[in-house]
Each structure stands twice: as structure tokens, then as C-alpha cells.
Design a protein around this ligand. Structure first.
Ligand code: GLP
Length: 241
């Protein structure tokens, strides 16, 4: 695990974009799983600016949705697919046929999880994984406790995740209580991972994830044993002030 500490959120977004550009230039058709959340937003904006200046071709990436609320159609404003579309797929010029949804609105969501897993296996697993860190140590919606072999599945959200995700949608009552998440097993096998962490509120959890014991209670701690993981943290998160 490589730890890179940068000054602030802007520096994090720039450093993340540089990391991604290098990876995309090496492998323009990379299979990438891309997190939503506030943390990677600045990095995606940077990346889109590089693309619009013709400095990187992002249009051939094959994108996999990381997580989805159960029961929301993809065009619901809270659906994480619509967030991925706004922040990643459209600004980076990726065609819809190169996007694999985790279908939270499928009649049989467990079947949707199996289909997603089969599709990831078909492309040989993820080349790139872009992750944020939940306040409770979750990756995607792999809520604690999640062992390293946890599959892609339907999960109950923890009260902590419901509260923290309420800020995106104007209150916790807006947040569905269940979700689908790409499993730990697929995430931990990605060939390259970038974990982004910003802000004082992530101080304790980032230290537990990076330096603490590897435990299902902090799912992100299993990244310590994964290959080619870069953790990009700003000083606010690292120092807690
Ligand atoms: C959400 C999402 C995660 C995201 C995390 C951190 O619950 N399910 O995919 O990475 O929380 O979000 P943020 O970057 O806004 O702190």
C-alpha cells in the first residue's frame, strides 16, 4: 500500500487525476469501477478538463457501477447510476454500451448481482478501481462487517451510512435502507486501486483503514493486503485538523 499525503482537496483532485491519466494512457480500454461520493468529484472534473483539451482519451474505458440503492430506477435523482452518469460517464465521453450497471431496480436484485459478477469475470476483473472511504470504513456499500470474500450482494445500510448519505439528498429519510454493492472479493482483486480520503471527519477511520488490524469491522483495512493500492489523503484527514 502506497500512502501519498497532499496539502488539501484541490491537490488531492489533481494528484488523483494524474494517477488516473497515467493508468488510462497505459490502458485506454481499462475496465474501471468508479465510486460516487463527494471525494472523487474534483478529480473527475480535472480529468474531464484534460480530456476536453485533448490530453487523454477516456472514451474507451469500460465502466462498472460500484453501488446502487435498492429499488431506485436509474433516472431517479438519488440513484447512484445517475450520479455516475453526471460525474463520470458523460464528462468523459463514454458510450452507454461500455457501461455496466448494478441494477438496483431489477425485479430480482440478487440475479442482478450475479449478472454483474459474471460480467466482471468476463472482462477478466477490474483493471482500475477508484474508491472513497465511508465514515464507517465501508468500500462501496460493503458495510461493516464485510469479510474479504464478500460477494456482490444486497445489503442493509448501517444507521451511520444512512445518516452520512442523507447529506446528498436533503435528509436521511430520503435514503433507501438497502443497497446493492460490488463485492469485496472483486474490489480486492483489482489490478490497481486508488483510495481517496479527504477531510477531518475521515481522520480516525483512515488511520484504522491504513494502519489498524485487518478486520471485517473496517472493510477498507483489507486493502492493506491487495496489490498496487495507492491511498491519496489530504492533511486534514491525516492530521484530523
Ligand atoms: C458512500 C458511497 C461510497 C462512497 C462513500 C464516501 O456511501 N456508497 O461509494 O465512496 O460513501 O463518500 P464521500 O466521498 O462523499 O465521503
Amino acid at each position: 500500500m502506497k500512502l501519498v499525503i497532499v496539502d488539501d482537496y484541490d491537490a488531492l483532485s489533481r494528484a488523483g487525476a494524474d494517477w488516473l491519466i497515467e493508468a488510462i494512457q497505459e490502458q485506454p480500454e481499462a475496465a474501471i469501477v468508479a465510486a460516487t461520493g463527494n471525494t472523487p468529484t474534483g478529480m473527475y472534473i480535472e480529468l474531464a478538463q484534460y480530456r476536453s483539451r485533448g490530453l487523454v482519451d477516456t472514451s474507451r474505458l469500460r465502466v462498472f457501477q460500484l453501488d446502487a440503492y435498492l429499488g431506485l430506477p436509474p433516472d431517479d435523482h438519488r440513484a447512484l447510476f445517475s450520479w455516475t452518469r453526471r460525474s463520470f460517464i458523460e464528462p468523459l465521453g463514454i458510450a452507454e454500451e461500455n457501461v455496466v450497471r448494478l441494477a438496483g431496480d431489477a425485479p430480482d436484485p440478487w440475479e442482478a448481482c450475479r449478472y454483474y459478477e459474471a460480467t466482471v469475470h468476463e472482462v477478466g476483473g477490474f483493471d482500475l478501481s477508484i474508491l472513497g472511504l465511508g465514515p464507517n470504513g465501508h468500500l462501496g456499500f460493503n458495510e461493516p462487517p464485510s469479510p474479504p470474500d464478500a460477494s456482490t450482494r444486497v445489503v442493509d445500510l448501517t444507521p451511520e451510512s444512512i445518516v452520512s448519505n442523507g447529506r446528498y439528498w436533503g435528509g436521511e429519510e430520503q435514503v433507501p435502507r438497502q443497497a446493492l454493492t460490488c463485492g469485496m472479493d472483486l474490489l480486492l482483486k483489482a489490478r490497481r486501486t486508488l483510495l481517496l480520503v479527504s477531510g477531518t471527519h475521515k481522520h480516525q477511520i483512515v488511520h484504522r483503514a491504513v494502519e489498524g488490524p485487518q478486520t471485517p469491522d473496517v472493510p477498507a483495512s483489507f486493502l492493506q493486503s491487495a496489490i498496487n493500492v495507492t491511498v491519496l489523503v489530504d492533511w486534514a484527514a491525516w492530521r484530523g485538523q
